[in-house]
Each structure stands twice: as structure tokens, then as C-alpha cells.
Design a protein around this ligand. Structure first.
Ligand SMILES: *[C@@H]1O[C@H](CO)[C@@H](O)[C@H](O)[C@H]1NC(C)=O
Ligand SMILES: *[C@@H]1O[C@H](CO)[C@@H](O)[C@H](O)[C@H]1NC(C)=O
Ligand SMILES: *[C@@H]1O[C@H](CO)[C@@H](O)[C@H](O)[C@H]1NC(C)=O
Ligand SMILES: *[C@@H]1O[C@H](CO)[C@@H](O)[C@H](O)[C@H]1NC(C)=O
Length: 466
């Protein structure tokens, strides 16, 4: 099958500087402050492919790190806190599903969305001729959807024109009696009229409802469009307006049958690099493995409630190269999820505790705030007002069979600032869930992450966005 390369680009609005020492990272505070100052812009369309060996289709992924005017009565850090709380909802939803909870109206069928200040987006062409739409990119959910006209009153405002199916000659509703009306993975469908309707609820409590349709999707102008893709033509959403996102929808890269990957191949391998900073460019390759020096860890499959997730084994954590003493059994086998849509890394309290203690030991020169001073679930925050650069210890994640990530300097602290004050918090948090770990998108930044589904492994390579 053809392969596709999707390029990631980063729109951070503040220049960054970073000097890597032998052990610690030294990083500019300004470069970590992404959420509050600046305007974002949207790409005009799927980007022209650049030369990547062995790959065919190309898109850009933009990391939108800039906040629009939402929640006008909130300060930037209030807003940031609210967004981090959505991250918690997403994780709690994963936790419940790990415990075997069935999808019901109170147990979300799907995981939450990346929060607005750190959302990764791609521009895809939907329909014939293609209408260019910028959508979130999520490895934690399956169905791809975009907001469609008429969307009279229950769509959130988006940057680009709504998808207009009347202008596409390949758009087809999915009839109720079609096998395609069953999209599986706990995603609901129903028959409003004679056509199939869907409802997907995410872990952060946002939802989309609409018509299930059959359409041609172009992931890159340089390669053949994929015909007969089942996607959601959203007529109604909830929870999106509140986060202030301006995207046109979502690209589902999960492992389920309704994922774009399952429908267009099935795809045996894909990879991405989430760009860490200003003007850097990353990529998402679908269908081909990039060249490079990777460490690999086996891909695991979770319980049926979480079968869309990409899971691996986490076996150790280090700070400045020294292994943290973590009780045996703290990380359950096959229960570490590599997720593009969760922001922070979440791990069991008995592993988080020793990591946090060692991290704090290296941060002694900064003024620590009382636990919970910023938000209840963050207990390691520092007042960094007036600091130009921070010296931060390195954090390493070690996976089974030798896979490893030496977390990029941009992925260790989450920094929020407003009115001349700046606060930096450890971007790892504890969860009350036996064995479950979620590796968030901050900790994947700058790495080439390869999902070799056919080969049953996940690879990590440093400097992936270069
Ligand atoms: C969509 O993007 C492609 C590639 O950038 C461009 O050639 C095309 O004109 C765009 N289409 C529309 C309708 O803007
Ligand atoms: C959608 O396209 C049709 C046909 O071109 C047009 O009549 C209609 O006004 C468009 N709808 C919107 C909301 O733009
Ligand atoms: C999509 O529509 C085409 C053309 O009508 C049809 O051949 C194909 O089977 C449909 N695919 C799905 C998944 O419904
Ligand atoms: C590949 O990565 C390993 C582990 O990080 C390193 O020891 C080795 O030197 C690297 N090889 C090359 C050619 O970069």
C-alpha cells in the first residue's frame, strides 16, 4: 500500500533557547510559557510534501500553543488550570475503563481531547474536490469527524468554513441497514431517519453527534485520496466551545476498526514527532517507518475497553541518569499507554512519589510552593518569577526490552504565567490506579515515536523533529 508522511510544524510564539548540559537541562522560562501570550494562525491547506525517504503522503501537524480569547473573565493561569483539569478527566476515564467499566452514559466511551493550549493538529482534505480542514490528531480515539453544514445552532465556532457536503460529489450517508453503521469500540450509533447517526463521548466529557457518512479523504495532495472512509459529519457538539478550540474536527488514530488507520490499509506502521518549540517542524508518517536510531519496546494490547490504545511496558524511571527506586509491581505489565491526547504523564503514586522526591532534591535552589497552591493535583510547583533560565534535572523513562525516552527539556515542567508571575510545575502527576501509566504528549516531544503495529513494537528515537 502507499505510505503517507504528515509533517508537523510548531507555532509557538516565543523564541526559545536551550543549552544541554551533561546532566541537567538549562532552559529558558519564556520558551516554556506557551499558553498565554500570542495569536495562532492556521495553515492554508495540506502541506506540500518535503523529501522524506520511503514515504508518500504528507501533511503538516501544527502544535497550537497559543490561546484564543476564551473565558474572558478568567486569568491566563485560571484558564490553564481549567485545561489541566480536563486532562485529569481524560485520565480518570482511562482508569475506569482499565477497571473494566462498561461504556454507559456516565462512563465515557472515549477518551478526552488534548487541551487547547497544547493541541496537535493536521490539515486534511475531506470530500471531492477536497475541502481543507484542520483537525486534532488523537491516538486515543478512533472515529474521525468534522463539523458539517448546516450545523445550525450547536456547533462551536471554527476557524475554517464548515464542511459542506452538498459541494462534495463523493459524500454518501451510511444507511441504517449498512454493516458500516456499526463502528464498534463502544461508539454509539442509532437510526434517526433512514440514515445512521453517531454519538461519541470523550473522557473529558465533550461529545459530538451527527451523521455517519462515507467519504473520500485526502491526507496529502501529493498522493491518492482514500475512498470510502467512514467518518462523522458532526451536527452538534458539547464541551468544545468551552475549551475555545477552533479546529474543524478530529483525526482518530486509535487501534479500533473505525480509525482512519484501520480503514485506509490497514496501516502497518505510523510515526510522529511532536515538535517541542518555536518554528521547529515535526512529522507524522503513515505507512512507512522513518530512518533513524530507535530503541524499541513490545506493543501490548489492553482490555476490550481500552483496545484502541497503544500500550507498552514501563519498567523504570531515572533522574539525571540514576534509576529511581520504585517498588516492584508499581507498573503493571502492558498498562502504560502512549497517548498523543493526554498532556502530562500520569503514574501510580508509589512510583510518582520517589520520582517527585528525587526531582525536588535537584530543584532545591528554587522556591517551592505549597502542594496544591496552583491546582490540587500538582504538588511540585516552583515560583520562577524573574528567572530567565531554569536548571532542571533530566528525566528518563525506560520501557521493556530496551525502549527509552530521555525526556526533552520542554517536557519536564509545565509553566503558567500571568501578570509578571511565573509558576513551573513538574509535568508528572500521580494517579490512584494500580499499575496504570499514561505517557503524555509533553514527554513525547522531540522524539520520533514509531508505532510498528505489524511488527508489534513501539520505537523511540531522539531528535525526531530535526
Ligand atoms: C487545499 O490545500 C491544497 C494544498 O495546500 C491546495 O492546493 C488547495 O487549493 C486547497 N483547497 C482549497 C479549497 O482551499
Ligand atoms: C453548501 O453548498 C450549497 C451548494 O453549493 C449551497 O447552496 C449552500 O448555501 C452551502 N451552504 C453553506 C452553509 O454554505
Ligand atoms: C461507500 O460508498 C460507495 C459508493 O456508493 C460504496 O461502494 C461503498 O461500499 C461505501 N462504503 C461504505 C464503507 O459504506
Ligand atoms: C543509537 O542509540 C544508542 C542508544 O541511545 C546509542 O548508544 C548509539 O550510539 C546510537 N547510534 C548512533 C549511530 O547514533
Amino acid at each position: 500500500m502507499a505510505s503517507w508522511v504528515i509533517h508537523l510544524a510548531l507555532l509557538l510564539c516565543i523564541p526559545s533557547q536551550q543549552v544541554l548540559g551533561a546532566e541537567h537541562h538549562t532552559i529558558s522560562v519564556q520558551s516554556l510559557l506557551s499558553g498565554s501570550i500570542c495569536s495562532s494562525s492556521s495553515p492554508a491547506g495540506p502541506a506540500t510534501p518535503t523529501s522524506r525517504p520511503g514515504a508518500g503522503r504528507t501533511l503538516h501537524i501544527i502544535r497550537r500553543a497559543c490561546q484564543e480569547k476564551t473565558g474572558e473573565h478568567m486569568t491566563a493561569s485560571d484558564h490553564y488550570t481549567a485545561l489541566l483539569r480536563r486532562d485529569q478527566y481524560r485520565v480518570q476515564s482511562i482508569h475506569r475503563r482499565l477497571a473494566g467499566a462498561k461504556s454507559t452514559s456516565t462512563i465515557p466511551a472515549h477518551l478526552g481531547l488534548p487541551f487547547h493550549t497544547d493541541e496537535y493538529v493536521v490539515t486534511v482534505g475531506v470530500g471531492t474536490p477536497p475541502q481543507n480542514l484542520t483537525v486534532l490528531f488523537d491516538t486515543g480515539s478512533d472515529l474521525t469527524w468534522v463539523q458539517c453544514t448546516p450545523c445550525s445552532d450547536a456547533c462551536y465556532p471554527q476557524e475554517e468554513p464548515l464542511f459542506n457536503r452538498s459541494n462534495s460529489k463523493t459524500y454518501r450517508d451510511i444507511p441504517c441497514d449498512s454493516p458500516s453503521c456499526d463502528i464498534g469500540g463502544g461508539q454509539e450509533t442509532s437510526c434517526g431517519s433512514s440514515t445512521c447517526a453517531y454519538n461519541v463521548q470523550y473522557g473529558d466529557q465533550s461529545q459530538t453527534w451527527g451523521d455517519l457518512a462515507n467519504e473520500t479523504v485526502t491526507l496529502s495532495p501529493a498522493s491518492p485520496p482514500a475512498a470510502n472512509v467512514v467518518f462523522g459529519c458532526s451536527q452538534r457538539t458539547s464541551g468544545f466551545k468551552e475549551i475555545g478550540t477552533k479546529v474543524a474536527g478530529l483525526l482518530g488514530l486509535g487501534r479500533g476498526d473505525s480509525s482512519i488507520l484501520s480503514q485506509t490499509g490497514p496501516v502497518s506502521v505510523f510515526s510522529y514527532c511532536l515538535p517541542p518549540r518555536v518554528s521547529s517542524t515535526g512529522y507524522l508518517t503513515i505507512g512507512a517507518a522513518p530512518q533513524g536510531n530507535f530503541t524499541y519496546t513490545p506493543l501490548r494490547t489492553m482490555n476490550p475497553q481500552l483496545s484502541s490504545m497503544y500500550a507498552v511496558d514501563l519498567v523504570g524511571v531515572s533522574v539525571n541518569g540514576a534509576a529511581i527506586p520504585i517498588p516492584a509491581g508499581a507498573f503493571a505489565p502492558g498498562a502504560t499507554i502512549i497517548d498523543s491526547g493526554t498532556v502530562l504523564t500520569h503514574m501510580p503514586a508509589e512510583a510518582y512519589g520517589p520520582l517527585r522526591d528525587e526531582f525536588r532534591r535537584h530543584m532545591g535552589r528554587y522556591k517551592m510552593l505549597p502542594p496544591g497552591a496552583v491546582v490540587d493535583f500538582l504538588d511540585t510547583c516552583y515560583d520562577v518569577t524573574g528567572q530567565d533560565v531554569l536548571t532542571v534535572p533530566r528525566v528518563g523513562l525506560e520501557f521493556g526490552s530496551g525502549g527509552a525516552i530521555d525526556v526533552d527539556a520542554s517536557g519536564i515542567l509545565v509553566v503558567a504565567g500571568a501578570k509578571g508571575e511565573a509558576v513551573a510545575c513538574l509535568a508528572f502527576v500521580p494517579i490512584q490506579s494500580a499499575g496504570l501509566v499514561i505517557v503524555g504528549n509533553m514527554q513525547q516531544r522531540a522524539y520520533n515515536v514509531v508505532f510498528d503495529v505489524a511488527g508489534g513494537r513501539v520505537g523511540f528515537g531522539a531528535n525526531g523533529c530535526n
